[in-house]
Design a protein around this ligand. Structure first.
Ligand code: HEM
Length: 402
């Protein structure tokens, strides 16, 4: 495994990915899907060894591409995604209502505890309505909570299960719990999809087009099983990433990808191995671990990287307090030093939706409230739970703007 933490090298790795970029195998996810006879979907890459165990290859590149090519037009085209705006706007309205309720119930009438937990719910509701599996008027708290608990459990256990030998499964409880978490995810996903698999359904007496799900179901490129797993995966993506909003600097997912080292070694004098002085030419497969968190906290790229300076993203002159004219490169950074959604054909399929959700939620929250951390709030470090998450609950005070 090669940890790649400089933006130049990250760019080199990504730029040689080719038509079917491969991500690290999730053998335990795949094993669950085999156990239950489910389709693989986008997340599970099937990496196989040939008989002499030396050459690995991804046999599912075209399969992955087939699913992506059905999802992409609805998920990544700006014009299509903007159709979700009114729905997101309404779900953000619910989020604001929830924040108001929680703060008014708190001891100091201002604090919302564990904001990440609330953003999980927001993320889940948003993706439900985007796929039109829910009606805004209908409350589905039980399913929401069951799904969110299952996401938490599945991702936490995922880190454990992969390290344990198979023989331990009947003795230790982890594999059973992991399977249970996936069962819950799939159950909730399936029950919502079955409930709404007709092309029209009724929201508060009004028939509504089952926009996204109908689109997927009517596509002859995907089997019913692939539609179910794809929507469940989108729901999973919609929930497990929203916690990134809770820190102004944003938590980032670590991107892991696999590439064949031979290919990289032959790529010329500036190949990632030589440039990084990593001698890996003897081995056939290299796992490149793109250290996005490290790259995006690198002082060489971002002056005062640990500070929350939102203006750094604007194309304006930096304030004197942050370097001013004395440091004209302040806002310049390498394009690959901040890639929270990944880059290229395998980049996050939900990025446009996520950006719109974050944009709407943040702008409306900030219009209504001044947001402060609690007095004596601890420093919150990132922690790995398949993705990076905050190590402690983040409690924030929401003070109404007058
Ligand atoms: C702040 C929010 C989000 C962040 C930072 C994020 C980040 C990422 C990253 C880094 C990847 C891997 C890209 C790569 O391997 O090159 C990814 C993949 C993916 N994301 Fe997101 N994501 C977010 C929200 C979402 C949402 C809302 C959805 C669903 C609507 C979603 C669905 C997916 C799926 C299905 C993949 C796998 C794509 C594939 O392998 O083809 N994500 N995401």
């Amino acid at each position: 495994m090669v940890n790649v933490a400089s933006p130049e090298l990250i760019a080199q790795v990504i730029q040689q990915e080719g038509r079917y970029p491969v991500r690290i195998e999730l053998p335990h996810w795949k094993e669950y899907r085999d156990l239950r006879g489910q389709a693989y979907g986008l997340h599970v890459d099937l990496i196989q060894r040939n008989s002499n165990s030396l050459l690995w290859f991804c046999s599912t590149g075209p399969e992955w591409y087939r699913i992506r090519s059905v999802l992409n037009p609805k998920m990544l085209k700006l014009q299509e995604v903007s159709a979700f705006a009114p729905i997101i706007h309404q779900v953000v309205g619910d989020l604001l209502g929830r924040v108001e309720l929680l703060r008014s119930r708190s001891q100091d009438q201002a604090t919302v505890s564990d904001l990440a937990a609330e953003l999980y719910k927001f993320g889940f509701e948003a993706i439900l309505f985007e796929t039109r599996l829910g009606c805004l008027q209908e409350e589905i708290p039980e399913d929401t909570l069951r799904f969110i608990t299952a996401v938490n459990n599945m991702l936490t256990l995922s880190d454990v299960v992969i390290l344990l030998p198979r023989w331990s499964r009947s003795i230790l409880p982890f594999w059973r719990r992991f399977v249970q978490a996936w069962d819950d995810l799939y159950d909730v996903g399936m029950s919502l999809q079955k409930w709404n698999s007709n092309s029209t359904f009724v929201c508060s007496g009004e028939p509504a087009e089952g926009m996204y799900l109908t689109y997927l179901l009517s596509s002859d490129k995907l089997s019913r099983a692939e539609v179910y797993i794809s929507v469940t995966e989108l729901m999973l993506g919609g929930v497990d990433t929203k916690e990134k909003d809770t820190n102004p600097e944003s938590w980032q997912k670590v991107v892991i990808l696999i590439t064949i080292s031979d290919q990289a070694c032959r790529c010329g004098s500036s190949c990632v191995f030589q440039a990084g002085a990593v001698q890996m030419c003897g081995s056939r497969v290299t796992i490149f671990h793109l250290c996005h968190y490290a790259a995006s906290h690198d002082e060489a790229e971002f002056a005062n990287a640990e500070e929350f300076i939102p203006e750094r993203w604007l194309n304006v002159e930096p304030p004197k307090s942050h370097g001013g004219r004395a440091n004209p490169g302040f806002y310049q950074h390498h394009p690959y030093s901040f890639i929270p959604f990944g880059v290229g054909v395998r980049a996050c399929v939900g990025k446009r939706l996520a950006e719109m959700e974050m944009h709407f939620a943040l702008s409306r929250l900030i219009q209504h409230y001044k947001v402060e951390s609690e007095d004596g709030a601890p420093v919150v470090e990132p922690k790995t739970r398949t993705l990076l998450i905050p190590s402690k609950p983040i409690n924030l005070r929401f003070l109404p703007r007058t």
